[in-house]
Design a protein around this ligand. Structure first.
Ligand code: TRP
Length: 334
């Protein structure tokens, strides 16, 4: 990672962000902005590919996500935060990339395949959803991103983007488009939900949100899944697959104390409630300042949206420059 690296990430806005987003992506962005040139995109166009019937939900989520970004410390002076739907170069690039990719290749994308199944789209698959990897390739290449930090499920998108870059550069005899490297963070968005059943997500109703008030966080922590065989305090308990300890690993800073708690739990004699009480303390240490800042942003819609519009203006020019170069080598400059 260096100042020369151009980092681009994006989120489909569909609601508020949760603590899984925080450990998987948001925390890293706060670090990248000091070492790299960073773009963070609110991917509202991509969000519409599977929410086209619910555009109001996406619109409302844009503001919520902005509040989350600013509250965790993504700094608009260091990071260009922008809105995908206001970058016309992206759909235009997408159109040109469509010539370079076969239907068979798109149909092989494992992430899209899994999503189609999960959303029950097999019978009537919208073209827009099927082709969203091309739109995402346009996102990445429009900014000549060299690093794209993502969850593991997004690696096929980067692979697709890099294939397009290679085809484009070969066919149009240029080196103007740039390949990107995917970067999967260690905890990689794999923070389990409070039910311990899978990844934290809104649809599974197992998330702790950055905007949750403290009593809500306390309630969720109290109800968290632990080792189901750890019935009495004296019983030895399991740490693996126990989300309470996953969360301590993700949010805690007192490593010695966490190691000690784990071995005590495994030996027996440490109750779930005691560990959960400590987890709540640790979580609140992280969430309380975020929550307080978020409240301030939430009351200033105009100011927050102005920040988004300013970033979007900058991003629009960067993407337009790439588009101009693309059109030049495609003999489309008139
Ligand atoms: N597909 C990503 C997601 O579902 C969001 C996204 C859109 C993205 N465009 C991007 C991520 C470009 C990285 C780079 O989370």
């Amino acid at each position: 990672m260096s100042k020369k690296d151009i980092v681009l990430t994006g989120d489909r806005p569909s609601g508020k962000l949760h603590v899984g987003h925080y450990v998987g992506a948001l925390k890293n962005r706060v670090q990248f902005q000091d070492t790299c040139t960073q773009y963070v995109m609110i991917a509202d166009v991509q969000a519409l590919t599977d929410n086209f019937e619910d555009p109001k939900k996406i619109r409302d989520a844009v503001f919520e996500v902005m509040c989350d970004y600013l509250a965790v410390g993504i700094d608009p002076l260091k990071t260009t935060i922008f809105l995908q739907s206001m970058i016309p170069a992206i759909p235009e690039l997408t159109m040109y990339y469509m010539n370079l990719v076969t239907v068979a290749r798109l149909a092989r994308n494992p992430t899209v395949k899994a999503e189609i199944k999960q959303k029950g789209m097999e019978e009537s698959l919208p073209v827009g959803f099927f082709t969203y990897p091309l739109n995402q390739s346009a996102d990445i290449t429009a900014f000549k991103a060299t690093l794209v930090p993502v969850g593991e499920d997004q690696l096929p998108m980067i692979e697709q983007s890099n294939e397009i870059v290679r085809s484009f550069n070969r066919i149009y005899k240029t080196d103007l488009l740039v390949e990107a490297k995917g970067l999967v963070p260690r905890i990689g968005g794999r923070l389990p939900g409070i039910d311990g059943q899978g990844k934290m997500s809104k649809s599974l109703n197992n998330a702790i949100y950055l905007s949750d008030p403290m009593d809500e966080v306390a309630k969720k922590v109290r109800s968290m899944y632990t080792d189901p065989n750890h019935l009495r305090v004296e019983d030895p308990g399991k740490v693996e697959g126990n989300p309470v300890f996953d969360y301590l690993d993700a949010f805690g800073t007192d490593v010695d104390k966490i190691i000690e708690l784990k071995s005590h739990y495994q030996r027996g004699g440490l109750g779930d409630m005691t560990v959960k009480k400590y987890l709540l303390e640790v979580l609140e240490g992280v969430l309380d300042p975020i929550r307080e800042r978020r409240k301030v942003y939430k009351q200033d819609r105009e100011g927050v949206m102005r920040i988004l519009m300013e970033g979007t203006k900058v991003a629009r020019e960067v993407a337009q420059k790439t588009l101009d170069e693309v059109k030049q080598v495609m003999y489309l400059q008139y």
